[in-house]
Design a protein around this ligand. Structure first.
Ligand code: ADP
Length: 300
């Protein structure tokens, strides 16, 4: 059975619906990717590696993971901390913004609990996926340990997949981000960046510039996304441009990249070609952006 671990943070999401109803759900980039990967590929074993609390919301999170078919063996629980929380604000024009309470989220201390048994479990899978957000939330003093573990996984034959998903507010400085991303690009086998990440961080605004930046890292599979402007895949140095059909009625682009990543990786794990994988991933992402929230109902 094919297997993947997605490492990072899942948060409590709160948003208003209508005038006076508040809807609560759970979301976070790697979790979102895991949900869509599993929904499209039920035969793949999907595990989330994170840390939550032992509170009511954390317990509800575990129930939702199970409902989505996500295995929680690698979900650490600490009684001392709560999960992170965010509020989705929608203004009168429909523009969304976010307020976060995540500075003390349990997920930030997960690496502290990596022991031999945990690392042995991490080594069992085909792919270990993490993002720039997973990196940003780690305690700076735990980073070295994280990179050591990642090197161990790679040496054990685990494929390392990385999406830079740059969120400036989560980082102490741009220099710090660049140092950490350099490590990530050096170690990963599959990179799934968005051109937007590169525009914000490196001032590189098109496919060619991103490709040139990534070239020295010799990453076996590069999947560069740019919203409706298409996807460039470089697989073993062969370049393929795949156009995307723009969605007219975009409601909420949250989770577009996450759903794309999950479905793309699932499809590739099943041995499908990059064309099929991108087509399936773009179809799902195109659907996700026509509904509010990170996780759309299963029935859609
Ligand atoms: P990221 O969040 O990683 O920067 P993008 O914004 O590039 O991701 O979007 C990821 C994927 O979502 C795209 O590759 C595309 O398949 C889909 N997508 C995003 N915006 C649109 C759109 N307006 N119309 C159709 N598909 C879109």
């Amino acid at each position: 059975m094919k297997s993947i671990i997605l490492m990072g943070e899942c948060m409590v999401e709160l948003r208003r619906e209508g005038h006076d109803e508040i809807v609560q759900s759970f979301a976070g980039d790697v979790y979102n990717a895991g949900v869509y990967l599993k929904r499209c590929n039920p035969e793949i074993q999907v595990q989330l590696a994170t840390q939550i609390g032992t509170d009511t919301l954390s317990e509800q999170m575990l129930t939702v993971f199970t409902d989505e078919g996500i295995i929680d063996d690698l979900v650490l629980q600490t009684p001392h901390r709560l999960p992170g929380l965010y509020w989705v604000n929608t203004d009168s024009e429909g523009e969304r913004s976010f307020l976060y309470w995540r500075e003390n989220a349990a997920a930030r201390w997960q690496v502290e609990h990596y022991n031999d048994e945990y690392i042995t479990q991490l080594k069992q899978v085909d792919i270990f996926f993490f993002s720039g957000i997973s990196l940003a939330i780690l305690q700076p003093e735990h980073r070295q340990r994280f990179w050591e573990v990642l090197r161990e996984l790679k040496a054990a034959g685990v494929t390392i997949a990385f999406d830079p998903n740059y969120r400036p507010k989560l980082w102490a400085s741009v220099a710090d981000t660049k140092t950490q991303y350099d490590m990530a690009f050096s170690l990963c086998d599959i990179a799934l960046p968005g051109v937007e990440d590169f525009a914000m961080l490196y001032d590189l605004t098109d496919f060619a510039a991103v490709e040139a930046f990534l070239a020295p890292y010799n990453i076996a599979e590069q999947v560069i996304k740019d919203g409706p402007n298409g996807v460039v895949v470089l697989l073993d140095a062969k370049r393929t441009f795949i156009p995307i059909t723009a969605v007219k009625n975009v409601i909420d682009t949250t989770s577009a990249g996450d759903s794309f990543n999950g479905v793309y990786l699932g499809s590739r794990m099943n041995g499908e070609s990059i064309d099929v994988a991108v087509a399936k991933a773009a179809k799902m992402a195109g659907k996700v952006i026509q509904y509010p929230g990170a996780i759309i109902p299963k029935s859609i």
